[in-house]
Design a protein around this ligand. Structure first.
Ligand code: GLC
Length: 530
C-alpha cells in the first residue's frame, strides 16, 4: 500500500547532534555551531535530511542547556545568532533542515522570569512558576519527587513558599495553567520559525501541566496507570495530565501553518500512552518519541510486539518514529548490542527500514559505543558520585570520533575536550569512509536505498511469519526485511528474491529461491521477484 502526499518529515532521516560534542572550531574543548557547519558535508554525504540539535540557547549549564536562561538567543559557547542563521542557510544549501530543542517544562533559575518571580509574592512573573505554601505543620506541599533525586520542592525563604522542580532545584517548573506562559512560548516558536528553524523537539513534553490541586502521587501498585516509578511513586499528578494535550493542539496548528515538525520527548513506558500524544484525531505532536521501543531488548519478540502495537494503535494519518540512542540513555551499540558489530549492523538496518521516520544520534552511523567517564571527569550534574543517577549520561555524550588521532578530529590535538573521547583508533569516521564494508558505509547505503526505493519510505508494514529469533517484515509489496536477531543461524522462507543489501555486505546481489539461511545476527533487505 502506497501513501501519497508525504510531508517532508515523513520522508526524512533525522540526525540528532549534541553540539557540544560534535566539532570544536575554536579549540576551547567544546563543540560549537561553526564546527558543525564545517562538518555539514559529512552529513550531506551520509544522506540525512534534517538535524535536531539539543539546546543551543544561553544557559548556566547546570543541565547542559536544558536549563535555559534566554530562549531567543544562542549560548556564547556555541556562537551567535548569526552563526545560527548561517547554519540554517548552509544546511539548506545542502538540502537539510535544522530542528531546535525547546524546553517549555522549566527554565533556569537564572531566567529573568524566575528572577522576577522571586522578588515577591506579587511580582508580575510570580504566577509563571508553580508555588505552594508549606503544609500547616511546615512540611513539603506534597510527596512529589524529582527526577534528579529528593523532593521536587525547594523552599524560597524570602517569600516563604516552595517552588516546584521536577528536575534540579535550578530548573523551576513553569506554571502552564497561566495563559501568559502559553503566549510566551507561542512567540518563541514563531521567532525561530521565522528564522528558518524547521521544527522543535519538545523537552519533557508529557510533563508540562501539573495537577491544579497538587495532589500526592500514588505509590507503585498492582495496576499502575504508568509503570514508570523509579523514584518510588507513580507520576500521575506531576506529569501526564490531560490538559497538556490542548497545548499541543495549538502548537500543531502553528507548526502546520508553515510545515514545521513537532517531535516530543514523551518519556512514558506504555505504548498506548505514548500514542495519546499524537492526539486522538492525529492533531497533536507529529512525532512523539517511542521510549517503550528504545528501552526494550534487541530481540525480535520484544521489538516486533511494540511495532505491532504502534501500527495497530496509530491514529489515522499519523506516522511512527524510531530511534535507538539519545543523549540521556546508553548508546544502542552498547545498550542493545553489547558492543558487538554484527548486532549494530542489524539494529541500523532495522531503524532504517521500519515504517516511519528514523532518528540517528551522532556517532550511530559509525557504531560509536559508550565511553566510560572517570568520576573526576563527570560533567552531568545529575550523575555525580553519590547521586541516584550515578554514573549519569556522559558516556553517551562524548566527542564525535572523526579521526584516529589525538583530539579525535573533534578538537585540536593539544586540547583537553570537555568530555574524554573513546577508542578513536578502533571506531572513527575517516577509516570507515575508506572501507566499503564499514558500518558507516552500511548506514549510508541503507539511507540511499531508502531514498531510491519508495516502498521503504512509504510502503505499509506487514509482519510475516518467521522462525524464533527472526523478525521478518514486508514493506509495501516487493520489499522484505529479514533480521536474525538471535545467536543461531536460521532458515527463512522468502520466495524468489534478490538481496539488495546485507548487513555484512558479503551477500549483496545474492539471489535466493524460496528460502535463505541467515547467519547469527545477520540481516538482509530483499527485493522480491515475481
Ligand atoms: C529531558 C532532557 C534531559 C534533561 C531533562 C530535564 O529529559 O532530554 O537531558 O536533563 O529533560 O530538562
Amino acid at each position: 500500500m502506497e501513501r501519497s502526499a508525504a510531508r517532508w518529515w515523513q520522508d526524512a532521516v533525522i540526525y540528532q547532534v549534541y553540539p557540544r560534542s560534535f566539532a570544536d572550531s575554536n579549540g576551547d574543548g567544546h563543540g560549537d555551531l561553526p564546527g558543525l557547519i564545517e562538518r555539514l558535508d559529512h552529513l550531506r554525504w551520509l544522506g540525512v535530511d534534517a538535524l535536531w540539535l539539543t539546546p543551543v540557547f544561553p544557559s548556566p549549564n547546570r543541565d547542559w542547556g536544558y536549563d535555559v536562561s534566554d530562549y531567543l538567543s544562542i549560548h556564547e559557547d556555541f556562537g551567535t545568532l548569526e552563526d545560527s542563521d548561517r547554519l540554517v542557510a548552509e544546511a539548506s544549501a545542502r538540502g537539510m533542515r535544522v530542528i531546535y530543542d525547546l524546553v517549555p517544562n522549566h527554565t533556569s533559575d537564572r531566567h529573568p522570569w524566575f528572577l522576577d518571580a522571586c522578588t515577591g509574592r506579587d511580582a508580575s512573573h510570580r504566577d509563571w512558576y508553580v508555588w505552594a505554601d508549606p503544609r500547616p505543620d511546615g512540611s513539603l506541599p506534597n510527596n512529589w519527587t524529582s527526577v534528579a533525586g529528593g523532593p521536587a520542592w525547594t523552599l524560597h525563604e524570602p517569600t516563604g513558599q516552595y517552588y516546584l522542580h521536577n528536575f534540579l532545584p535550578s530548573q523551576p517548573d513553569l506554571n502552564w495553567w497561566n495563559p501568559d506562559v502559553g503566549d510566551a512560548f507561542e512567540d518563541i516558536l514563531t521567532f525561530w520559525f521565522e528564522r528558518g528553524i524547521a521544527g522543535f523537539r519538545i523537552d519533557v513534553a508529557h510533563g508540562l501541566v501539573k495537577d491544579r490541586e497538587l495532589r500526592d502521587n500514588p505509590l507503585p501498585g498492582e495496576d499502575d496507570p504508568e509503570p514508570f516509578h523509579r523514584r518510588g511513586q507513580v507520576p500521575v499528578y506531576n506529569m501526564n495530565r490531560p490538559e497538556t494535550h490542548e497545548i499541543f493542539r495549538r502548537w500543531r496548528r502553528l507548526a502546520d501553518a508553515s510545515d514545521r515538525v513537532l517531535i516530543g520527548e514523551t518519556w512514558v513506558l506504555q505504548v498506548g500512552r505514548m500514542l495519546s500524544y499524537y492526539g486522538t484525531a492525529g492533531d497533536e505532536l507529529h512525532l512523539p518519541l517511542n521510549f517503550p521501543f528504545v528501552l526494550a531488548e534487541l530481540s525480535s519478540e520484544a521489538l516486533a510486539a511494540i511495532v505491532d502495537e504502534v501500527e495497530r494503535g496509530l491514529p489515522e494519518g499519523s506516522w511512527p518514529v524510531w530511534f535507538g540512542s539519545n543523549h540521556d540513555i546508553s548508546r544502542f551499540p552498547t545498550r542493545w548490542c553489547r558492543n558487538d558489530e554484527d548486532r549494530v549492523r542489524c539494529a541500523l538496518m532495522m531503524l532504517l527500514t521500519l515504517r516511519g521516520t528514523p532518528i540517528l544520534y551522532y556517532g550511530d552511523e559509525i557504531g560509536q559505543i559508550d565511553v566510560p567517564v572517570p568520576d573526576d571527569r563527570i560533567r552531568d550534574t545529575m550523575g555525580m558520585p553519590g547521586s541516584i543517577n550515578y554514573p549519569g549520561r556522559d558516556p553517551s555524550r562524548t566527542p564525535m570520533q572523526w579521526e584516529p588521532r589525538l583530539g579525535a578530529g573533534f578538537t585540536a590535538p593539544e586540547v583537553e575536550p570537555w568530555l574524554p573521547y573513546g577508542d578513536v583508533a578502533r571506531i572513527n569516521v575517516a577509516d570507515q569512509r575508506r572501507d566499503a564494508a564499514s558500518v558507516l558505509n552500511l548506514t549510508r547505503d541503507l539511507i540511499a536505498l531508502r531514498r531510491a526505493r519508495t516502498e521503504l519510505r512509504r510502503g505499509g508494514y506487514e509482519r510475516l511469519e518467521a522462525p524464533a529469533g527472526v523478525w521478518l517484515y514486508r514493506r509495501g509489496v516487493d520489499t522484505v526485511i529479514a533480521l536474525n536477531l538471535s545467536s543461531r543461524s536460521a532458515d527463512v522462507r522468502v520466495g524468489d528474491a534478490r538481496v539488495l543489501l546485507s548487513t555484512r555486505r558479503d551477500r549483496d546481489g545474492e539471489r535466493c529461491a524460496r528460502s535463505l539461511t541467515l547467519r547469527a545476527h545477520e540481516g538482509v533487505v530483499l527485493g522480491c521477484e515475481r
